[in-house]
Design a protein around this ligand. Structure first.
Ligand code: TEU
Length: 582
């Protein structure tokens, strides 16, 4: 692709690494990861080869939802360090030619935010900053439920009204219809941008406009009311305004997290003539292993006290996914945004169980399948996002006791499940194992030392016992580790423009095990072939492509030198990944 192609952007060429700071590295020994801990690891990130660090919330917060409940947008949470620490982090990142993007939560604040405290006192300036309503027939103003379980309304004794909270009751929704709210938000965003950051990851930003009148929703086993909250009537107007007034003034990257966003919506949010956002973190592939009502819709799971102790479901039940479904979703986004927008390619983050446990095999083929999944992520068109620990193939963990849970969603949903079915934790333990967000939040495994080298203190959440064999120190010793493979992938993407800008052409539309596609520019073709499961497969190059001069660019095969370039008939061992230049 020619150097002067107008669609070239640094954020398209970048590799992003997501840090959940609470679980990343603890420098002061209080058991909670912190900003000085991140600073200690900037060098590590540089060596891995990442370009952009996305820092999950570090703002002042009472931590009902680990920082996604912000009490003060302009201050750093005590546990995380100080603003000076944060400034130092920015410097450290920039001095290595990397960039920093901040996670920003604008749909809601903490109920301890000054705006909310004033709002509930009916302070004239702030009275209308949140959704306040009188009750209906002695109950909630409508039938909406919270994403975390339970009702979406809470009665406030001071104001004697109910307020809306789509997430936890400590996360009241901001009323974006109020222009003062919007102006305050924009000013705050500008304040951060003036500090020199390189962009934002915008939390649930497509939830900020609710249907006028807040009508009842269709009852839904997962989340009632979502159709009045997601992609609401004025959402494009608000985002466009935010872009025009603030974001467009800076050369930044904007990653918008959007549950319930389809590719047609995405074209509007981030397309050429869209609202100005760069890319969308959508949920269409991430939600595949879940029932229609979402990850905690468990009507299809047997939970009967009588079944104990045989209640444990085979792991397959929870992680079942169909390649056709995954390929359809990814292809829809690849094709739908071609020339129209840009994809954010992730498989896991802090809200989902671990990638290799969901989409790969975290037993026998852990290393091989983790590498295969990473190959998928890095060779699709879009910006790849690594979630901390993916680069060493971290896995889910057993949750043996209710008291081990830390995630507000896992706790609330488990309580609801136990109550609904009249069972104890033992009966739903297997559900939590495959659904809890805590799986992704166990501490980063730096070494085989106590607490995985994460902290000298008592970790705030349990450490996965498998850190004895799965850890960074070990991965960096071994030449063919997952870690080394990530480095290779990053190098490859940097070297091959076609992997960044080339078009995606799907091959093998409905093969149940093999996912294959070509990335193509005018004069270059790169073929990606992935055996997604644990059986041997054979791949045949379709007739319309010429594989006679194929050159192997990368493989996760244990013996790369033995790998064939005969694409007419290619034997693929379990979880094999191959990248060829045609
Ligand atoms: O997540 C939004 C969201 O809708 C889902 O991730 C949801 O929390 C869960 O996965 C449903 O099963 C964002 C943040 O990423 C998450 O950590 C926060 O808890 C949430 O918003 C509220 O701010």
């Amino acid at each position: 692709m020619a150097q002067d192609t107008p669609e070239r952007e640094w954020w398209k060429e970048a590799v992003v690494y997501q840090i959940y700071p609470r679980s990343f590295n603890d420098a002061d020994g209080d058991g909670v990861g912190d900003i000085p801990g991140v600073i200690e690891k900037v060098e590590y990130l540089d060596e891995l080869g990442v370009d952009v660090v996305w820092l999950c919330p570090v703002y002042d917060s009472p931590n009902a939802d680990n920082g996604y409940d912000i009490r003060d947008y302009r201050a750093i949470m005590d546990e995380m360090g100080t603003m000076d620490d944060w400034e130092r982090l920015l410097e450290e990142v920039h001095s290595r030619d990397m960039r920093l993007i901040m996670d920003m939560v604008l749909n809601h604040t903490s109920d301890e935010h000054e705006w909310f405290l004033k709002s509930k006192e009916r302070d004239s300036e702030y009275s209308d900053y949140y959704y306040w309503r009188d009750g209906e027939h002695g109950g909630n103003p409508n039938n909406w439920t919270s994403i975390f379980g339970g009702d979406a309304w809470k009665y406030d004794e001071v104001r004697e009204q109910y307020y809306l909270h789509i997430f936890d009751e400590k996360q009241p929704d901001l009323n974006w219809r109020n222009e003062d709210v919007r102006q305050d938000v924009y000013e705050m965003l500008d304040w951060w941008l003036r500090k020199g950051i390189d962009g934002f990851r915008l939390d649930v930003i497509n939830l900020i406009s609710k249907t006028e009148g807040l009508p009842d929703g269709e009852p839904n086993p997962g989340w009632t009311g979502w159709e009045h909250v997601i992609n609401g009537p004025r959402v494009h107007e608000y985002i466009r305004e935010m872009y025009d007034e603030v974001l467009s003034n800076y050369d930044i990257m904007t990653v918008a997290e959007m549950p319930g966003c389809g590719v047609a919506d995405a074209q509007q949010y981030c397309g050429e003539d869209g609202d100005g956002l760069n890319m969308i973190v959508h949920f269409e592939h991430a939600d595949i292993p879940y029932a229609p009502g979402g990850k905690w819709d468990l009507d299809d799971v047997d939970i009967h006290p009588a079944d104990l102790p045989e209640v444990a479901e085979p792991d397959d039940h929870f992680n079942h996914w169909d390649l056709n479904e995954l390929r359809d979703v990814l292809t829809r986004w690849q094709v739908g945004l071609e020339g129209e927008g840009w994809n954010a390619n992730y498989l896991g983050n802090h809200d989902h169980p671990r990638t290799v446990s969901r989409f790969g095999d975290d037993g026998e083929y852990r290393e091989k399948s983790a590498k295969m999944l990473a190959t998928l992520q890095f060779t699709l068109k879009g910006t790849p996002f690594i979630y901390q620990g993916e680069e060493i193939g971290m896995t889910n963990v057993e949750w043996n006791d209710f008291d081990e849970l830390r995630d507000v969603e896992a706790i609330q949903q488990s309580e609801e499940l136990m109550e609904r079915h009249g069972v104890n934790f033992e009966a739903i333990r297997h559900v939590v194992k495959h659904r809890s967000r805590d799986n992704a939040r166990t501490p980063m495994q730096w070494s085989d030392a106590d607490n995985a080298g994460f902290t000298d203190g008592d970790p705030w959440i349990k450490v996965n016992p498998n850190h004895e064999s799965i850890n960074v120190a070990e991965a960096r010793e071994a030449e063919d580790s997952i870690w080394a493979y990530y480095q290779d992938l990053i190098d490859l993407r940097e070297a091959e423009d076609t992997l960044v800008y080339g078009e995606y052409h799907l091959l093998y539309e409905d093969h149940p095990d093999i996912y294959a596609y070509v990335r193509a520019d005018d004069d270059d073709r790169i073929l990606v072939v992935l055996n997604c499961f644990g059986a041997d497969m054979t791949f045949h190059l379709p007739d319309h492509l010429d594989g006679s001069d194929a050159e192997l660019l990368l493989t996760n095969n244990e013996d790369p030198d033995s790998v064939s370039t005969d694409l007419d008939e290619l034997d693929l061992p379990p979880y094999e990944a191959r990248v060829y230049r045609l």
